[in-house]
Ligand binder design. Structure first.
Ligand SMILES: O=C(O)c1cc(=O)[nH]c(=O)n1[C@@H]1O[C@H](COP(=O)(O)O)[C@@H](O)[C@H]1O
Length: 272
């Protein structure tokens, strides 16, 4: 999917919501555990109930890898289900990969070719040659960690190196990499006060913003400082939506939570 197609979906759906599919078997409704593939059944119900309210789904691969081969099969069924039934949805494999060049190429093949995701999250710590293999894929997107939502973001990302904070150097430097137009960046919703500075460096790039909902970030604050001319934001909520209920009404309740965010987004877009 191209960024223009993603922007068109945002305008059409009046939403820039990304729903995180972080499925924990201890948290899903008990009745699903009797099915052959509880993770997929859970995802399918959530997707069918929410696809018109969001533009993106983000399964975090940890929640699938934790269940071994069965978990990976659930991930494959989930991405295939989205691509076959809702091809307009932008899909994110939240895998936070990155390694020496030939290894990164294999990670990129895994998520872009074998699993057909539109994008993958990548850690920038190993630098240019660890990220460029992902960028080589046409119409695929590499979402690089810039300033993350967690407390540990202050351990390294905000440290000054050569007179500026490291996350700024990451943003600036990555703009010079080959096929950098395929880059997007992760910026945590819990760090809304940083968005003005970030937008000075990457005025038009898409930012994936996790941290609203369970982590307490504010949608309106993020939009105030982080929205670009073309919106340029994908706001993720995982637990706050998918675990709204653990009864048989879980999909309905997830829809209600997604709708609250979509309505707020529609209001923000109408004032733009
Ligand atoms: O890359 C991410 O998506 C990510 C980056 C970050 O800085 N913080 C962060 O929470 N995430 C992911 O975003 C999701 C947030 O989930 P909730 O806190 O349940 O909404 C999880 O899958 C996290 O792994």
């Amino acid at each position: 999917m191209t960024t223009q197609q993603l922007e068109a979906q945002i305008r059409l759906k009046k939403s820039f919501l990304c729903i995180g599919l972080d499925v924990d078997l201890n948290k899903i409704p008990q009745h699903l555990l009797a099915t052959e593939d509880p993770i997929f059944e859970f995802n399918k119900a959530i997707i069918d109930a929410t696809h018109d309210l969001c533009v993106s789904y983000k399964p975090n691969t940890a929640f699938y890898e934790a269940y071994g081969i069965k978990g990976w099969q659930s991930l494959e069924k989930t991405i295939n289900y989205i691509n076959e039934n809702y091809p307009e949805i932008f899909t994110i494999a939240d895998a936070k990969r990155g390694d020496i060049g030939n290894t990164s190429s294999m990670y990129a093949k895994a998520f872009f070719e074998d699993l057909s995701f539109d994008s993958v999250t990548v850690a920038p710590y190993m630098g240019k040659d660890s990220v460029e293999p992902f960028l080589a894929f046409e119409n695929k997107h590499t979402i690089m960690l810039a300033l993350t939502s967690n407390e540990g973001a202050f351990d390294f990302q905000t440290l000054e190196t050569n007179g500026q904070e490291l996350y700024k150097t990451v943003l600036e430097t990555s703009k010079n990499w080959k096929n950098s137009e395929n880059l997007m960046y992760v910026v945590g919703a819990t760090k809304a006060e940083y968005f003005t500075e970030i937008r000075k460096i990457v005025p038009n790039s898409f930012l994936l913003v996790p941290g609203v909902g369970a982590q307490g970030g504010s949608l309106s604050e993020v939009c105030k400082y982080g929205m670009s001319e073309n919106v340029g934001l994908l706001i993720n909520s995982s637990r706050g939506i998918i675990y709204a209920s653990n009864g048989t009404d879980f999909a309905e309740k997830a829809r209600e939570e997604a709708l609250k965010l979509q309505v707020e987004m529609e209001g923000i877009l109408s004032k733009k």
